[in-house]
Design a protein around this ligand. Structure first.
Ligand SMILES: NC(=O)c1ccc[n+]([C@@H]2O[C@H](COP(=O)([O-])OP(=O)(O)OC[C@H]3O[C@@H](n4cnc5c(N)ncnc54)[C@H](OP(=O)(O)O)[C@@H]3O)[C@@H](O)[C@H]2O)c1
Length: 235
């Protein structure tokens, strides 16, 4: 049985990953934003432990981790939680920038720092769920993309810094995936939301688990999961 710490397990991609790991009997330690979301995930995943912490306030993570009673050795830290604040640079205010950077970048950095001593062993793995927007940007995506570009730098630096410890580091870059976040993007874009057009969250979970389960002689450093191109005949 392997021990995984997961953020964002209450929804979308994080829930799909947690579903798969729980089903196969791994031990889950789920970071939830508050007591209500902790209760929800504890109910969905019998046997899982919860850590209550708001990623928008990364300075509180040290206390939450200290109280969580985590095992001495953790096999995987899976950063899946994220927020999306869309808007042109001319419109984005400081609160929107702060939310994006705190949840998507500073909190993963701080949580990684806090848990590294438990992850530094052969078999230790940190997975960062990034985004296609972490590789290229477009109008209205500056705050989100900037936080995700930074997340890529964080992952690459940790991989280099910890190379001698056996730690594996993987970044997953999903394209549009059918989750509440994507529904929100459609609302912002003023388009009808058709979940069937986009990647199933369980497919992204497959990419995450493939990286985790890769034989120990190699590491998947980066994996891009794109929406399948539509055939011109519509099938
Ligand atoms: N959906 C896509 O098209 C897409 C594409 C590329 C990349 N991604 C990335 O994939 C990851 C998962 O996204 P998703 O689509 O599954 O989104 P989602 O359904 O909105 O889920 C986001 C998760 O993050 C958690 N979270 C957000 N803010 C938090 C905070 N301050 N403290 C603690 N937890 C917090 C949420 O907790 P609550 O349930 O408490 O709100 C939720 O569990 C994100 O990093 C996102 O950037 C998504």
């Amino acid at each position: 049985m392997r021990h995984y710490v997961i953020t964002g397990a209450g929804s979308g991609i994080g829930q799909a990953v947690a579903d798969r790991l729980h089903r196969r009997g791994d031990a889950l330690h789920l970071l939830a934003r508050g007591p209500e979301s902790a209760e929800r995930v504890a109910h969905r995943y019998p046997g899982a432990r919860t850590v209550v912490a708001d990623l928008a306030e990364p300075a509180t993570l040290a206390g939450a981790v200290a109280e969580a009673g985590l095992p001495e050795q953790i096999d995987g830290l899976l950063h899946v939680a994220g927020v999306l604040r869309l808007g042109r640079v001319a419109e984005l205010d400081v609160a929107q920038w702060q939310a994006s950077v705190m949840v998507n970048l500073v909190a993963p950095a701080e949580l990684t720092r806090l848990l590294l001593p438990r992850l530094r062993h052969p078999g230790g793995h940190v997975v960062f769920v990034n985004s296609g927007a972490g590789l290229r940007t477009q109008p209205e995506w500056a705050a989100y993309s900037a936080s995700k570009f930074g997340l890529r730098a964080l992952a690459d630096a940790v991989r280099e810094e910890e190379a001698g410890t056996g730690l594996r580091v993987t970044t997953v870059y999903p394209g549009r995936t059918a989750t509440p976040m994507q529904e929100n993007v459609h609302w912002h874009e003023g388009r009808a939301y058709e979940p069937g057009r986009w990647i199933d969250p369980d497919t992204v979970a497959t990419a995450v688990l493939t990286a985790l389960d890769l034989p120990a002689d190699a590491e998947i450093s980066d994996v891009t999961v794109r929406v399948r191109p539509q055939r011109t005949d519509g099938s």
